[in-house]
Ligand binder design. Structure first.
Ligand code: NAD
Length: 479
């Protein structure tokens, strides 16, 4: 990777503006690298390079050849897992073990989509006598990918992996707060032999480079992950040119725990689902709904676990790292101050290591109980390590609470009652439901996405390949 440059048309290119942005280490609050500050000119260059690749050397490859290139890239990512994890941990503040898992997931995304590339096919359809009708799945063309800062490698892998496998040429605008690992991956893609222009990365600010990408008339599809507010803006910009958009916008995902559940199995999962990535996970299990009879004992056990959580810099590799930036820290603090002002009880908090750098953006994990269902803490995405607990009396009430927000991304159901598992799994409003486990998005193979304010469209798994293609029907009259 070359510092302060975009990756366009297979080359490192200086920003048209000549301006740079600092990459900040959230563990210390200190800058550690310079990034190119992209604008509409850089985005236009990237879209032009992508179009050239799509209509040229990249578009000419067979699905099998594309799969082989992605497989080579997966292998290179696998060989550089530790280097990529170190970059990601520094850039996002996430503990090293989480960054290592993200790097491994990136390799796995490319492996999965490498294998899937030549398995996607159309159909033949019954029609009138004397006709043969078939459907073919074709790439959109040039796809735009707006990536957030919470899981740069994972979200890049799932979206770009599927888009490349289906033959699109990609223009990626990563988040200004975390994009260093992706620039290194761009270099690996070049080493793997990906034709110039198949993958382009323009770094910069959302309202500059991001908006230029979302409103560019040469883009054929946009995949966006981030906040509901920005998702709405991106959709409006894309609508100017009738460009389809896939949106993944976060959630307020419930974990519903019944009194008959296996608490030993549930406990570590309930804690990890909100502490992972300091709660900055779209599918974080941020609400725990507990059946009244089990409420006090489970709160006690959760409190004991929260009390043991340790927070510190990414390199210390503890349970929880810092938040991404000061703005995010203030946002989380605001929710906690509001809880205190409304007399919502804090049951337990984690502990910040004494030697954590003073400039880091730290907030300790916090467990809140009896959170009123209509409060902001129960309704809005905190995007921090804050777990809101509340009791329920009946299955109906559990369902009403679970479905009682504007979101619908993921849900967890903990019970040994098989019929109840199935009833709730079918009635809960979520794109993914986990029964007696919780995957925070689940594996690479599992389709992922939401309903309502959590967005629409599906990424991950084989399903994502449909979203990155358009269906063409060909009717042949042969008599
Ligand atoms: P954001 O939605 O503003 O940023 C996500 C991506 O969109 C970034 O790459 C950003 O540069 C880009 N972007 C921003 N403004 C844009 C614009 N006008 N046009 C095009 N692209 C634009 O998120 P944020 O400000 O970084 O975080 C704010 C909140 O969003 C968080 O507190 C959290 O609640 C939520 N969030 C959710 C996810 C998720 O995975 N669902 C990820 C990040 C943030």
């Amino acid at each position: 990777m070359e510092e302060a440059k975009h990756f366009i048309g297979g080359e490192w290119q200086s920003p048209a503006s000549g301006e740079t942005l600092a990459a900040i280490d959230p563990s210390s609050g200190q800058p550690f690298a310079q990034l190119a500050r992209g604008n509409a000119t850089d985005i236009n260059d990237a879209v032009t390079a992508a179009r050239k690749a799509f209509e040229g050397s990249w578009g000419a490859l067979s699905a099998t050849e594309r799969g082989r290139l992605l497989f080579a890239l997966s292998g290179l990512v696998g060989q550089h897992t530790e280097e990529l994890a170190q970059l990601e941990a520094r850039d996002t503040g996430k503990p090293l073990k989480q960054a290592r898992a993200d790097a491994a997931a990136l390799a796995r995304y490319f492996e999965f989509y490498a294998g899937a590339a030549d398995k996607l096919h159309g159909e033949t359809l019954p029609y009138q006598a004397g006709y043969t009708v078939l459907t073919v799945r074709e790439p959109h063309g040039v796809t735009g990918h707006i990536v957030p800062w919470n899981y740069p490698m994972q979200i890049f892998g799932r979206s770009v992996g599927a888009a490349l496998a289906t033959g699109n040429a990609c223009v990626v605008k990563p988040a200004e707060d975390a994009c260093v690992s992706l620039l290194r991956v761009a270099e690996l893609a070049r080493v793997a032999g990906l034709p110039a222009g198949a993958l382009n990365i323009v770094t910069g600010l959302g309202h500059e480079a991001g908006a230029a990408l979302a409103s560019h008339p040469g883009i054929d599809h946009i995949s966006f992950t981030g906040s509901p507010q920005t998702g709405k803006l991106v959709t409006q910009m894309a609508a100017e040119h009738h460009v389809p958009v896939t949106l993944e916008l976060g959630g307020k995902s419930p974990q519903i725990v019944f009194a008959d559940a296996d608490f030993d199995a549930a406990l570590p999962v309930l804690v990890a689902a909100i502490v992972q990535n300091a709660g900055q996970t779209c599918s974080a299990g941020s609400r725990v709904l507990i059946e009244r009879g089990a409420y006090e004992p489970l709160i006690d056990r959760l409190a004991a676990s929260f009390g043991k959580l340790r927070v510190g810099p990414a390199s210390a590799d503890l349970d929880c790292g810092p938040l991404i930036n000061e703005k995010q820290r203030q946002r989380v603090r605001g929710f906690l101050d509001e809880a205190a002002a409304s007399r919502i009880a804090t049951v337990a908090s984690g502990r910040l290591e004494a030697d954590a750098p003073s400039g880091g953006f730290y907030e300790v994990p916090t467990l809140l109980r009896d959170v009123p269902p209509q409060s902001r803490l129960a309704q809005e995405e905190v995007f921090g390590p804050v777990l809101a607990a509340m009791p329920f009396e009946s299955e109906e009430e559990a369902l009403a609470l679970a479905n009682g927000t504007l979101y619908g991304l993921v849900a967890g159901i903990w019970t040994r009652d098989g019929a109840r598992q199935m009833r709730l799994a079918r009635r809960v409003r979520a794109g993914q439901v986990f029964v007696n486990n919780y995957g925070a998005g689940g594996g690479v193979e599992l389709p992922f996405g939401g309903t309502r304010h959590s967005g629409h469209g599906r990424e991950k798994g084989f399903e994502a390949l449909y979203g990155f293609t358009v269906l063409k029907t060909i009717a042949i009259r042969h008599g």
